[in-house]
Design a protein around this ligand. Structure first.
Ligand code: AMP
Length: 282
């Protein structure tokens, strides 16, 4: 596995890499990221040209943090990350500097945001500026790496829909693949920020996955939202939102597939989770 610290190293690697399956991350990797990388490595074996490589990018992108203290304390575990990438089958890891992604004095373009990044009133409303930063860095990386495919996690459901819509408009030749959320044995969705949960808050945080599970047994949308609110309240959690929406637009649910989504601050950590709603044919 090659560690690529700048664009020049990436360009030197490109001929041997062939077509690239890209896994965008901010590091502090865990089993959720491993699942994306393993899938990416499998996809890379099956590209049409017969020569493909899974490349992980590790970059803590400052422009997508709406909370400076969240950025300042974001965990950095590069050595362990490199071992995890190698074990999961990555052929390269691209770890650029901030100045290479955002050259001083250069305005790195923020693409026009799709409506799923501005209208739902979920992450867009709770983290102002977040999706502008996500779209800016994803497009910048896509332009540098020129991947055939990029793999994202369903854990960040709204982000996945935003990236899909943005890529379709800006670089439609790139395929966006998605992988299901990887959870701890007790249901907590894995996240780089979980390490900041106290044991008490971690136990309370289980209410998010429990609420999603119980909501799926509710017969109607209204009932499902009520059930989520109740489960969270019993755990002493005041959610930022706990809703059922159209799975793609994240607007008002209609006849299409639906998604239940929750965000809540538990202690000092903001948790998000989501699950398909109505999988049993509602
Ligand atoms: P992050 O490093 O947290 O920005 O996440 C990088 C990618 O990994 C994103 O596409 C996330 O959706 C995905 N990811 C994060 N946590 C999980 C998880 N528990 N299961 C699956 N994918 C995840």
């Amino acid at each position: 596995m090659e560690t690529l610290n700048d664009i020049a190293a990436l360009e030197r690697f490109r001929p041997q890499a062939g077509e690239i399956v890209l896994i965008p991350t901010m590091g502090a990797l865990h089993a959720g990221h491993s699942s994306l990388i393993r899938h990416g490595a499998e996809m890379a074996k099956r590209v049409r040209s017969g020569r493909g490589t899974c490349v992980v990018w590790i970059f803590v992108n400052p422009t997508q943090f709406n909370d400076p203290s969240d950025y300042a304390r974001y965990p950095k575990t590069l050595e362990a990350d490199l071992s995890l990438c190698a074990a999961a089958g990555a052929g390269g890891v691209y770890v650029p500097s901030k100045d290479e992604i955002y050259p001083p004095g250069v305005d790195v373009r923020v693409p026009r945001l799709p409506s799923v990044a501005t209208e739902p009133g979920l992450e867009d409303a709770k983290r102002p500026g977040h999706f502008a930063g996500v779209c800016q860095v994803v497009l910048r990386f896509f332009e540098i790496v020129k991947p055939k495919v990029a793999v994202f996690g369903e854990k960040d459901w709204q982000q996945l829909q935003v990236v899909r819509a943005m890529t379709k408009r800006e670089m439609p030749e790139i395929e966006i693949a998605a992988m299901p959320t990887v959870r701890e044995a007790d249901g907590l969705a894995m996240s780089s920020r979980n390490r900041f949960l106290t044991s008490e808050d971690r136990a309370r945080g289980l209410a998010l996955s429990r609420a999603l599970k119980q909501a799926d047994t509710a017969p109607t949308l209204d009932r499902a939202e009520h059930v989520m609110a109740e489960v969270l309240r019993e755990a002493g959690i005041v959610p930022e939102y706990a809703v059922v929406r159209d799975a793609e637009t994240l607007g008002k649910p209609g006849d299409g597939r639906k998604r239940a989504l929750i965000a809540a601050k538990v202690g000092s950590v903001r948790l998000i989770d989501n699950a398909e709603w109505g999988s049993v044919g509602k």
